[in-house]
Design a protein around this ligand. Sequence first.
Ligand SMILES: Nc1nc2c(c(=O)[nH]1)N[C@H]1C(S)=C(S)[C@@H](COP(=O)(O)O)O[C@H]1N2
Ligand SMILES: [Mo]
Length: 297
Amino acid sequence: MGEARDPATEVRRLLERTDELIKYASNRPDPAAAHRTARIVLGQADDHLDAIDDEQVRDELVVQVGRRADDLNLLLREEDRETELRTPGPAAQPGELPQPTPQTVHPLRRTGDGRVPPNQRLVTSWPVLHTGRAPDVDLDAWTFTCTGLVDGHRVRWTWEEFRSLPTVTSTSDFHCVTGWSRLDNQWEGVRFRDVAAAAGVDDRATHALILGANAYSANCDLPSLLAEDVLFAWAHDGAPLSAEHGGPLRLVLPHRYAWKSVKWATGVKFLDHDVAGYWEARGYHNVADPFLEQRHA
Ligand SMILES: Nc1nc2c(c(=O)[nH]1)N[C@H]1C(S)=C(S)[C@@H](COP(=O)(O)O)O[C@H]1N2
Ligand SMILES: [Mo]
Protein backbone atom coordinates (compact mmCIF):
# COMPACT_ATOMS: atom_id res chain seq x y z
CA MET A 1 0.00 0.00 0.00
CA GLY A 2 1.37 3.38 -0.95
CA GLU A 3 0.80 6.48 1.11
CA ALA A 4 -2.73 7.89 0.92
CA ARG A 5 -2.82 10.68 -1.63
CA ASP A 6 -4.15 14.09 -0.76
CA PRO A 7 -7.85 14.09 -1.82
CA ALA A 8 -7.57 17.24 -3.98
CA THR A 9 -4.61 15.71 -5.86
CA GLU A 10 -6.59 12.52 -6.29
CA VAL A 11 -9.60 14.42 -7.68
CA ARG A 12 -7.38 16.28 -10.14
CA ARG A 13 -5.74 13.01 -11.27
CA LEU A 14 -9.14 11.37 -11.80
CA LEU A 15 -10.42 14.47 -13.64
CA GLU A 16 -7.47 14.20 -16.02
CA ARG A 17 -8.26 10.53 -16.64
CA THR A 18 -11.90 11.43 -17.26
CA ASP A 19 -10.89 14.11 -19.75
CA GLU A 20 -8.62 11.69 -21.61
CA LEU A 21 -11.38 9.12 -21.84
CA ILE A 22 -13.79 11.73 -23.20
CA LYS A 23 -11.22 13.15 -25.60
CA TYR A 24 -10.37 9.81 -27.19
CA ALA A 25 -13.85 8.25 -27.01
CA SER A 26 -14.64 9.05 -30.64
CA ASN A 27 -11.52 7.11 -31.82
CA ARG A 28 -12.74 3.96 -30.10
CA PRO A 29 -14.94 1.23 -31.56
CA ASP A 30 -17.56 1.90 -28.88
CA PRO A 31 -17.54 5.57 -27.84
CA ALA A 32 -20.50 5.02 -25.50
CA ALA A 33 -18.49 2.41 -23.56
CA ALA A 34 -15.66 4.93 -23.17
CA HIS A 35 -18.16 7.49 -21.91
CA ARG A 36 -19.54 5.01 -19.40
CA THR A 37 -16.00 4.29 -18.18
CA ALA A 38 -15.39 8.03 -17.91
CA ARG A 39 -18.47 8.31 -15.76
CA ILE A 40 -17.21 5.61 -13.40
CA VAL A 41 -13.83 7.35 -13.08
CA LEU A 42 -15.61 10.65 -12.48
CA GLY A 43 -17.69 8.95 -9.79
CA GLN A 44 -14.41 8.03 -8.06
CA ALA A 45 -13.30 11.65 -8.25
CA ASP A 46 -16.62 12.64 -6.73
CA ASP A 47 -16.05 10.22 -3.83
CA HIS A 48 -13.00 12.23 -2.72
CA LEU A 49 -14.60 15.69 -2.78
CA ASP A 50 -15.96 15.62 0.77
CA ALA A 51 -12.50 14.87 2.16
CA ILE A 52 -11.03 18.14 0.84
CA ASP A 53 -10.60 20.46 3.82
CA ASP A 54 -9.86 23.71 1.98
CA GLU A 55 -13.30 25.09 1.12
CA GLN A 56 -12.12 27.15 -1.81
CA VAL A 57 -10.27 24.22 -3.38
CA ARG A 58 -13.27 21.97 -2.75
CA ASP A 59 -15.74 24.40 -4.34
CA GLU A 60 -13.51 24.77 -7.38
CA LEU A 61 -13.27 20.99 -7.82
CA VAL A 62 -17.01 20.54 -7.17
CA VAL A 63 -17.63 22.87 -10.11
CA GLN A 64 -15.15 21.00 -12.33
CA VAL A 65 -16.48 17.53 -11.49
CA GLY A 66 -20.03 18.81 -11.99
CA ARG A 67 -19.30 20.19 -15.44
CA ARG A 68 -17.93 16.86 -16.63
CA ALA A 69 -20.86 14.98 -15.09
CA ASP A 70 -23.28 17.22 -16.93
CA ASP A 71 -21.39 16.82 -20.24
CA LEU A 72 -21.23 13.05 -19.83
CA ASN A 73 -24.85 12.67 -18.87
CA LEU A 74 -25.90 14.67 -21.90
CA LEU A 75 -23.69 12.53 -24.19
CA LEU A 76 -24.88 9.28 -22.64
CA ARG A 77 -28.48 10.40 -22.85
CA GLU A 78 -28.09 10.89 -26.61
CA GLU A 79 -26.23 7.61 -27.02
CA ASP A 80 -28.92 5.71 -25.08
CA ARG A 81 -31.54 7.21 -27.34
CA GLU A 82 -29.64 6.24 -30.51
CA THR A 83 -29.30 2.67 -29.22
CA GLU A 84 -33.02 2.54 -28.55
CA LEU A 85 -33.77 3.72 -32.08
CA ARG A 86 -31.50 1.02 -33.55
CA THR A 87 -32.89 -1.77 -31.38
CA PRO A 88 -36.60 -1.24 -30.89
CA GLY A 89 -38.07 -3.38 -28.12
CA PRO A 90 -40.85 -5.93 -28.68
CA ALA A 91 -44.12 -4.39 -29.78
CA ALA A 92 -46.42 -3.67 -26.86
CA GLN A 93 -49.25 -6.14 -26.40
CA PRO A 94 -52.77 -4.72 -26.38
CA GLY A 95 -53.56 -3.35 -22.94
CA GLU A 96 -49.88 -3.13 -21.96
CA LEU A 97 -48.61 0.21 -20.74
CA PRO A 98 -45.69 1.72 -22.66
CA GLN A 99 -42.42 1.33 -20.75
CA PRO A 100 -40.74 4.51 -19.54
CA THR A 101 -37.51 5.52 -21.25
CA PRO A 102 -34.59 4.52 -19.01
CA GLN A 103 -33.17 7.55 -17.23
CA THR A 104 -29.43 8.16 -17.38
CA VAL A 105 -28.01 7.15 -14.04
CA HIS A 106 -26.14 9.99 -12.43
CA PRO A 107 -22.73 8.88 -11.18
CA LEU A 108 -22.85 11.22 -8.26
CA ARG A 109 -25.68 9.44 -6.48
CA ARG A 110 -26.64 11.56 -3.50
CA THR A 111 -30.11 12.09 -2.25
CA GLY A 112 -31.48 15.47 -1.48
CA ASP A 113 -32.42 16.39 2.07
CA GLY A 114 -35.58 18.36 1.37
CA ARG A 115 -33.74 21.61 0.89
CA VAL A 116 -30.81 20.47 -1.24
CA PRO A 117 -32.04 18.77 -4.42
CA PRO A 118 -30.73 15.31 -5.31
CA ASN A 119 -27.18 15.09 -6.66
CA GLN A 120 -26.26 18.64 -5.76
CA ARG A 121 -23.30 19.69 -3.62
CA LEU A 122 -23.23 22.82 -1.54
CA VAL A 123 -20.70 25.51 -2.30
CA THR A 124 -20.01 28.57 -0.17
CA SER A 125 -18.17 30.52 -2.85
CA TRP A 126 -20.17 31.78 -5.82
CA PRO A 127 -19.05 30.16 -9.08
CA VAL A 128 -19.33 32.12 -12.32
CA LEU A 129 -20.89 30.26 -15.22
CA HIS A 130 -22.02 31.46 -18.63
CA THR A 131 -21.44 31.05 -22.33
CA GLY A 132 -19.69 33.85 -24.21
CA ARG A 133 -18.34 37.05 -22.69
CA ALA A 134 -19.92 39.18 -19.98
CA PRO A 135 -21.08 42.34 -21.78
CA ASP A 136 -20.00 45.82 -20.78
CA VAL A 137 -23.29 47.56 -20.01
CA ASP A 138 -23.72 51.35 -20.06
CA LEU A 139 -26.59 52.22 -17.69
CA ASP A 140 -27.30 55.49 -19.51
CA ALA A 141 -28.07 53.55 -22.68
CA TRP A 142 -29.65 50.56 -20.89
CA THR A 143 -33.27 49.67 -21.63
CA PHE A 144 -35.59 46.88 -20.61
CA THR A 145 -38.27 45.90 -23.13
CA CYS A 146 -41.42 43.85 -22.72
CA THR A 147 -42.95 42.63 -25.98
CA GLY A 148 -45.66 40.25 -27.12
CA LEU A 149 -48.90 40.17 -25.14
CA VAL A 150 -48.46 43.50 -23.35
CA ASP A 151 -50.03 46.95 -23.64
CA GLY A 152 -49.47 48.26 -27.14
CA HIS A 153 -47.27 45.22 -27.92
CA ARG A 154 -44.21 46.97 -26.49
CA VAL A 155 -43.27 48.61 -23.21
CA ARG A 156 -39.76 49.98 -22.70
CA TRP A 157 -38.09 51.36 -19.59
CA THR A 158 -34.83 53.17 -18.96
CA TRP A 159 -32.73 52.17 -15.93
CA GLU A 160 -34.19 55.00 -13.89
CA GLU A 161 -37.74 54.05 -14.84
CA PHE A 162 -37.11 50.39 -14.11
CA ARG A 163 -35.65 51.24 -10.70
CA SER A 164 -38.76 53.18 -9.78
CA LEU A 165 -40.72 49.89 -9.70
CA PRO A 166 -41.22 48.58 -6.12
CA THR A 167 -37.99 47.24 -4.59
CA VAL A 168 -38.02 44.03 -2.54
CA THR A 169 -35.48 41.71 -0.96
CA SER A 170 -35.79 37.94 -1.07
CA THR A 171 -33.59 35.11 0.21
CA SER A 172 -33.46 31.98 -1.91
CA ASP A 173 -31.36 29.01 -3.00
CA PHE A 174 -29.58 28.65 -6.32
CA HIS A 175 -29.07 25.27 -8.02
CA CYS A 176 -26.89 24.87 -11.11
CA VAL A 177 -27.58 21.85 -13.33
CA THR A 178 -23.87 20.96 -13.22
CA GLY A 179 -24.33 19.97 -9.59
CA TRP A 180 -23.56 22.85 -7.25
CA SER A 181 -26.02 24.69 -5.05
CA ARG A 182 -25.59 27.91 -3.12
CA LEU A 183 -28.04 28.45 -0.28
CA ASP A 184 -29.41 31.64 1.28
CA ASN A 185 -28.68 34.16 -1.44
CA GLN A 186 -30.02 37.56 -0.52
CA TRP A 187 -31.33 39.27 -3.59
CA GLU A 188 -32.57 42.80 -4.03
CA GLY A 189 -34.62 43.74 -7.03
CA VAL A 190 -38.14 43.95 -8.37
CA ARG A 191 -40.56 41.05 -8.52
CA PHE A 192 -41.23 39.57 -11.95
CA ARG A 193 -44.97 39.89 -11.18
CA ASP A 194 -44.60 43.63 -10.65
CA VAL A 195 -42.77 44.00 -13.96
CA ALA A 196 -45.51 41.97 -15.67
CA ALA A 197 -48.25 44.10 -14.08
CA ALA A 198 -46.48 47.35 -14.99
CA ALA A 199 -46.15 46.15 -18.58
CA GLY A 200 -49.89 45.46 -18.72
CA VAL A 201 -49.74 41.75 -19.49
CA ASP A 202 -52.71 40.36 -21.35
CA ASP A 203 -54.84 37.56 -19.81
CA ARG A 204 -54.03 35.39 -22.82
CA ALA A 205 -50.33 35.15 -21.86
CA THR A 206 -49.39 31.68 -20.60
CA HIS A 207 -45.59 31.66 -21.04
CA ALA A 208 -42.67 34.03 -21.22
CA LEU A 209 -39.24 34.08 -22.76
CA ILE A 210 -36.70 36.00 -20.69
CA LEU A 211 -34.10 37.61 -22.91
CA GLY A 212 -30.46 38.26 -22.05
CA ALA A 213 -27.35 39.67 -23.73
CA ASN A 214 -25.62 37.65 -26.49
CA ALA A 215 -28.89 36.11 -27.75
CA TYR A 216 -29.29 34.12 -24.51
CA SER A 217 -32.80 33.31 -23.36
CA ALA A 218 -34.82 31.00 -21.11
CA ASN A 219 -38.48 30.06 -21.16
CA CYS A 220 -40.92 29.41 -18.34
CA ASP A 221 -44.64 29.10 -17.80
CA LEU A 222 -46.14 32.33 -16.54
CA PRO A 223 -47.67 31.04 -13.26
CA SER A 224 -44.20 29.91 -12.10
CA LEU A 225 -42.74 33.32 -12.94
CA LEU A 226 -45.41 35.10 -10.93
CA ALA A 227 -44.26 33.46 -7.66
CA GLU A 228 -43.26 35.84 -4.89
CA ASP A 229 -39.53 34.99 -4.95
CA VAL A 230 -38.98 35.46 -8.70
CA LEU A 231 -37.06 38.70 -9.11
CA PHE A 232 -35.14 40.81 -11.53
CA ALA A 233 -32.21 41.52 -9.22
CA TRP A 234 -29.49 44.18 -9.15
CA ALA A 235 -27.90 43.29 -5.81
CA HIS A 236 -26.74 40.07 -4.12
CA ASP A 237 -25.76 39.61 -0.46
CA GLY A 238 -25.78 43.36 0.03
CA ALA A 239 -23.51 44.27 -2.89
CA PRO A 240 -24.37 45.49 -6.38
CA LEU A 241 -24.51 42.60 -8.83
CA SER A 242 -21.12 42.35 -10.56
CA ALA A 243 -20.93 42.14 -14.34
CA GLU A 244 -19.73 38.51 -14.19
CA HIS A 245 -22.81 37.55 -12.18
CA GLY A 246 -25.19 39.27 -14.59
CA GLY A 247 -25.12 42.92 -13.52
CA PRO A 248 -26.70 45.32 -13.89
CA LEU A 249 -29.80 43.11 -13.91
CA ARG A 250 -30.52 39.38 -13.88
CA LEU A 251 -33.50 37.14 -13.41
CA VAL A 252 -33.61 35.03 -10.22
CA LEU A 253 -35.86 31.99 -10.65
CA PRO A 254 -35.11 29.87 -7.55
CA HIS A 255 -37.37 26.87 -8.27
CA ARG A 256 -35.67 26.01 -11.55
CA TYR A 257 -32.10 25.07 -12.44
CA ALA A 258 -30.04 28.23 -12.62
CA TRP A 259 -29.62 28.33 -16.40
CA LYS A 260 -33.10 29.91 -16.39
CA SER A 261 -31.83 32.74 -14.17
CA VAL A 262 -30.90 34.86 -17.17
CA LYS A 263 -27.97 37.23 -16.62
CA TRP A 264 -27.76 40.69 -18.27
CA ALA A 265 -31.53 40.61 -18.72
CA THR A 266 -32.78 42.91 -21.45
CA GLY A 267 -36.46 42.09 -21.56
CA VAL A 268 -39.36 39.66 -21.56
CA LYS A 269 -41.52 38.37 -24.37
CA PHE A 270 -45.00 37.39 -23.15
CA LEU A 271 -46.58 34.59 -25.20
CA ASP A 272 -49.71 32.47 -25.44
CA HIS A 273 -47.56 29.38 -26.17
CA ASP A 274 -44.23 27.90 -25.08
CA VAL A 275 -41.02 28.65 -27.00
CA ALA A 276 -37.71 26.93 -26.14
CA GLY A 277 -34.93 29.15 -24.80
CA TYR A 278 -31.19 28.86 -25.43
CA TRP A 279 -30.45 25.67 -23.44
CA GLU A 280 -33.96 24.28 -23.73
CA ALA A 281 -33.36 24.10 -27.50
CA ARG A 282 -30.02 22.30 -26.88
CA GLY A 283 -31.07 19.17 -25.02
CA TYR A 284 -31.86 20.60 -21.60
CA HIS A 285 -35.19 20.00 -19.90
CA ASN A 286 -37.99 22.40 -20.69
CA VAL A 287 -39.21 22.71 -17.08
CA ALA A 288 -35.93 22.17 -15.14
CA ASP A 289 -37.22 21.49 -11.62
CA PRO A 290 -34.11 20.62 -9.58
CA PHE A 291 -36.09 18.59 -7.04
CA LEU A 292 -37.34 16.33 -9.85
CA GLU A 293 -33.84 16.33 -11.40
CA GLN A 294 -35.19 17.59 -14.71
CA ARG A 295 -31.71 18.15 -16.14
CA HIS A 296 -31.95 16.93 -19.72
CA ALA A 297 -34.81 16.52 -22.14
N1 LIG B 1 -27.19 35.55 -20.21
C1 LIG B 1 -26.84 34.39 -19.62
N2 LIG B 1 -27.40 34.06 -18.45
C2 LIG B 1 -27.04 32.91 -17.81
C3 LIG B 1 -26.10 32.03 -18.39
C4 LIG B 1 -25.54 32.39 -19.65
O1 LIG B 1 -24.73 31.66 -20.24
N3 LIG B 1 -25.92 33.59 -20.22
N4 LIG B 1 -25.76 30.87 -17.72
C5 LIG B 1 -26.73 30.35 -16.74
C6 LIG B 1 -26.20 29.30 -15.90
S1 LIG B 1 -25.98 27.78 -16.60
C7 LIG B 1 -26.01 29.47 -14.55
S2 LIG B 1 -25.55 28.18 -13.53
C8 LIG B 1 -26.12 30.78 -13.92
C9 LIG B 1 -24.84 31.09 -13.20
O2 LIG B 1 -24.91 32.31 -12.55
P1 LIG B 1 -23.62 32.86 -11.82
O3 LIG B 1 -22.51 32.89 -12.83
O4 LIG B 1 -23.98 34.18 -11.28
O5 LIG B 1 -23.30 31.85 -10.73
O6 LIG B 1 -26.40 31.81 -14.85
C10 LIG B 1 -27.32 31.45 -15.87
N5 LIG B 1 -27.62 32.62 -16.63
MO1 LIG C 1 -25.76 26.24 -14.75
